[in-house]
Design a protein around this ligand. Structure first.
Ligand SMILES: NC(=O)c1ccc[n+]([C@@H]2O[C@H](COP(=O)([O-])OP(=O)(O)OC[C@H]3O[C@@H](n4cnc5c(N)ncnc54)[C@H](OP(=O)(O)O)[C@@H]3O)[C@@H](O)[C@H]2O)c1
Length: 318
């Protein structure tokens, strides 16, 4: 390139045209398929967002990012989706730490963390299609993955969330984690207590696992759903995190019964629709529509809440 041409370029185009405005960073766990992929599609299509697809299988994450980019180009709505080049497995603390290290180095911040990855062992729709896991073994695997794995991700990424000007955590829960699965008022009181702490919640989750393993969980008032208890724990965790970190908007979401691999694609909601509420929470102002008014009146922040179809839903599902 000649010097004259370079000079022409530098004089004809304002400097600002060369600088890329900083985009917000959204990290979506389990973003390689199902609802997570649709959350990445929706967020990545927003002009000021980059959606990072985290997955336990990096190749699947890459394929999903390529699919979202190609689809965006075809439809004329650019999707800025990037696959995390290192695995993020909820059951592998080293992978979570490596994922943190990569994002810290490359981006230095996480604005939105969507905890979407989860397992649902032995959903009735999968009988005969996947290997059967006996109930007494399901509890440990499910609670370790869905509850403790998600907790590990949240705690690991807190330092990067704290670097955002408007950080938020969106935990994908489920109606399966509604309060009414608990059979006694004392259990409900324990899970909904404003005094509940993370160590206490971890003890409750561990207690459920050991009660299932020694065959006493029903006599002790626990329900017959490991997936449900894991999601109940996620909703309780959401409320604790919101209390402990008022600077972060932390909410949980029920995406509805979506047509994904989790239920052999027998769900009735399109995963793109299930992704709508998490997407809304990623973009929504901290105080909702009347943010300015509410901040003046004393900061009513949309945090520590449970959402369904774009609106707050009581945990009791009444
Ligand atoms: N579908 C529904 O009707 C429904 C209803 C309520 C709530 N949800 C919740 O919505 C979220 C997404 O579910 P989905 O329906 O989209 O299910 P899905 O299609 O089965 O996707 C689950 C995602 O989680 C990932 N995952 C599983 N175990 C993991 C682990 N140990 N580490 C990291 N990633 C892991 C999967 O990765 P692989 O591809 O490697 O397996 C996949 O990316 C889940 O939290 C689910 O509980 C779903």
């Amino acid at each position: 390139m000649s010097i004259t041409f370079l000079l022409l370029l530098t004089t004809a185009i304002p400097i600002a045209a060369f600088s890329t405005p900083t985009k917000k960073i959204a990290l979506i766990t389990g973003g390689n398929k199902g609802i997570g992929k649709e959350i990445a599609r929706r967020i990545g299509t927003e002009p000021d967002f980059t959606a990072i697809i985290a997955s336990r299988n990096v190749e699947l994450g890459r394929a999903a990012a390529n699919e979202l980019i190609a689809h965006g180009e075809k439809e004329g709505c650019e999707c800025d989706a990037v696959a995390l080049p290192v695995p993020l497995d909820l059951t592998d603390a080293v992978s979570i730490s490596n994922a943190f290290g990569y994002i810290e180095k490359e981006y230095g911040v996480v604005d939105v963390l969507v905890n979407n990855a989860a397992i649902c062992l032995n959903d009735p729709t999968l009988y005969g299609k996947v290997e059967y896991t006996p109930f007494e073994r399901q509890a440990g695997i499910t609670i370790r993955t869905n509850f403790f794995g998600t907790l590990e991700v949240i705690q690991s990424f807190l330092p990067l969330l704290k670097k955002s000007s408007s950080p938020r955590i969106i935990n994908v829960a489920s109606a399966a984690g509604r309060l009414s699965i608990l059979r006694s008022q004392s259990s409900i009181d324990e899970f909904t207590s404003e005094e509940l702490t993370i160590p206490h919640l971890c003890n409750l989750m561990n207690q459920f696992v050991s009660d299932v393993e020694d065959g006493t969980h029903t006599s002790k008032g626990w329900p017959n759903t490991c997936y449900g208890v894991s999601k109940l724990g996620i909703i309780a965790l959401t409320r604790i995190m919101a209390r402990q970190h008022p600077d972060i908007m932390v909410n949980s979401v029920d995406p509805g019964y979506c047509k994904t691999d989790q239920n052999d694609n027998r769900g009735v909601v399109d995963p793109a629709d299930g992704a709508y509420t998490p997407y809304l929470l990623a973009l929504m102002e901290r105080g909702g529509e009347d943010e300015e008014e509410e901040e003046e009146e004393g900061e009513e922040i949309l945090s520590g809440l449970h959402f369904y179809e774009g609106a707050e839903m009581p945990w009791s599902y009444q």
